[in-house]
Design a protein around this ligand. Structure first.
Ligand code: BG6
Length: 457
């Protein structure tokens, strides 16, 4: 029998833009996603835009009841910046009422809310000024964060600033899956730096408004695995680790941007514009905990003829496909639970054994209706197996001293996922878009209830 520590957090995560719907209603202004969808709906799978999110704005009471049914004792979602402060200055009371009622219902049901501030949803009014490219974004985010802490701090003790900052940086400025969909390494680094400073400013506000609370950040982390022991592959691995993991882990947990990262950026003419007091602010505003999103490992090899200075990350490290890999055939991602052990031990050994939790882990499946039985239930044994294997590795790391306090899956309801629309289903509840967003529990929901009731398996 595998038992997890007492008071372990069992739950799931989603985000406001992926679950709420009503993208331009009830006083909400446009985010980059809402605007991009207006401009280029053909980019979105099956033309499904942010309004097709799974209707939580209307159905949140039912959702809270459904969370209870599967034994969740905690849940992460986000606030939509564009709903709470549509013009960046004035609070939308309709949004305040909505979020207060939602969070109160969670608490009344014994479900600890973890509330995140930014899940890729940049307000359009700020994007028009450059978004994270401008330093102005730091102050705008700090104001939003302070407002949220003041409005909901009595209901929410655990907060996070950003979900996967590396993703909006990479996808927006290097690989083209997020707006503004450009390739510009220098801008990507500046965007990353302003994101870090926005996080730092939000933590500083938090310490003033809610000194008794806990503040963290959600990072998509995996230690990179090199193709071989050859020095060039090892250097590629170090560069990937610096850019993708240490870039946010070091300043947010240890209070300092790594010297090796500064050197790497300088060598490639990528240093961002900084302000004199920034390092002091970073050092003074470390997080209380970290959320780690883990889906698949990162495998890298040395690039063959890299350009210097680097134009894209391909000039620093290249993706490598491990021939022996086990694959999720329904999403194409490698399945490698051992990386969760490695990341857990990395948190212990390199990041002062800070309290952390798995803030997302899950298995995306395309065309999941093919696994529906005669009673209309999705028989997702593959997902149960995926999670069980990851939990075994997590448990091993906890036995070895890593301070992990919870496991959240992605996600609770099948939800809308950016350009991918509803292609990849991850939920414990199936959402039927043709039947008023009707929720039906999958087999994994029943499994999760047992897991949480037994605090193990
Ligand atoms: C996570 C993000 O990395 O991946 C989510 O935090 C996203 O926002 C999830 O929905 C699944 O992504 P995909 O591409 O498989 O739908």
């Amino acid at each position: 029998m595998i038992k997890f520590p007492a008071n372990f957090m069992w739950g799931a995560a989603t985000s406001a833009p992926q679950s709420e719907g009503y993208a331009l209603s009830y006083g909400k202004s446009a985010s980059t996603w809402d605007q991009w969808y207006q401009m280029a709906p053909e980019k979105f799978k099956k033309d499904q835009g942010p309004d097709s999110a799974c209707d939580t704005y209307r159905l949140y009471s039912e959702d809270v009841a459904n969370m209870t049914k599967i034994g969740m004792n905690s849940f992460r979602t986000s606030i939509a910046w564009t709903r709470l402060i549509p013009d960046g200055k004035h609070v939308n009371q309709v949004a305040v009422d909505y979020y207060r009622d939602y969070f109160s219902q969670l608490k009344a049901a014994g479900i600890t809310p973890i509330i995140n501030l930014f899940h890729f949803d940049m307000p359009w009014w700020l994007m028009e000024k450059g978004g994270w490219e401008t330093r102005e974004s730091v102050d705008a985010f700090a104001f939003y964060a302070k407002t949220a802490f003041e409005l909901f701090g009595d209901l929410v003790d655990r907060w996070t600033t950003f979900n996967e900052p590396i993703v909006h940086i990479e996808c927006g400025y290097l690989t083209g899956y997020h707006y503004p969909d450009i390739v510009d390494f220098k801008k990507a680094v500046q965007v990353g730096y302003h994101t870090l400073m926005a996080h730092t400013a939000a933590v500083a506000e938090f310490k003033k408004v809610k000194p008794d609370g806990q503040i963290g950040i959600i990072l998509n982390i995996t230690p990179a695995y090199a193709k071989s022991d050859a020095p060039a592959d090892q250097v590629a691995k170090e560069k990937a680790d610096l850019l993708l993991a240490k870039s946010f882990l070091d300043p947010t947990v240890l209070g300092k941007i790594p010297d090796a990262l500064v050197e790497l950026l300088a060598e490639n003419d990528l240093l961002p514009v900084i302000e004199a007091a920034d390092q002091q602010l970073i050092a003074a505003n470390c997080v209380d905990f970290v959320g780690v999103n883990y889906y698949q490992p990162l495998r890298v090899q040395a690039p063959e003829n890299p350009q210097v200075p680097a134009v894209t990350t391909d000039d620093l490290y290249l993706p490598y496909i491990w021939p022996e890999r086990k694959i999720n055939p329904y999403r194409g991602w490698e399945i490698y639970p051992e990386a969760l052990y490695d990341v857990a031990m990395m948190m212990k050994d390199q990041y002062r054994n800070i309290p952390w939790y798995v803030s997302e882990n899950g298995m995306g499946v395309a065309d999941e209706e093919r696994f529906m039985d005669d009673h209309g239930q999705i028989q997702d044994d593959y997902r149960i197996e995926f999670m069980t294997e990851h939990l075994e590795q997590l448990h091993r790391a906890i036995q070895d001293g890593s301070s992990c306090f919870g496991y959240h899956t992605w996600t609770f309801n099948d939800c809308w996922s950016w350009l991918n629309g509803y292609q990849n289903r991850y939920g414990f509840y199936r959402v039927d878009l043709d039947d008023n967003a009707k929720r039906t529990m999958k087999k994994s929901g029943e499994w999760f209830r047992q897991l949480s009731q037994n605090n193990g398996f």
